[in-house]
Design a protein around this ligand. Structure first.
Ligand SMILES: [Zn+2]
Length: 64
């Protein structure tokens, strides 16, 4: 008899330390996520991402 997979809401952890809720059969660990993947961030690190936003804010005169 085939074991039925039960999907539940689990907290998956990424290599970058970010955690997020997802639906899976078990807790999962991912190498990249939307927080750290270059495809999403356009940069290699969170630090440079923050720097880029800072420059963006300065360029357009946004204040925190
Ligand atoms: Zn990540």
């Amino acid at each position: 008899m085939e074991k039925k997979k039960i999907y539940k809401e689990v907290t998956s952890t990424c290599s970058c330390g970010a955690t997020f809720k997802t639906m899976s059969t078990d807790n999962i660990h991912v190498e990249v996520c939307s927080e750290c993947h270059p495809f999403y961030t356009g940069t290699q690190t969170r630090a440079s991402k923050a720097g880029r936003i800072e420059k963006f804010n300065q360029k357009y005169g946004f204040k925190e």
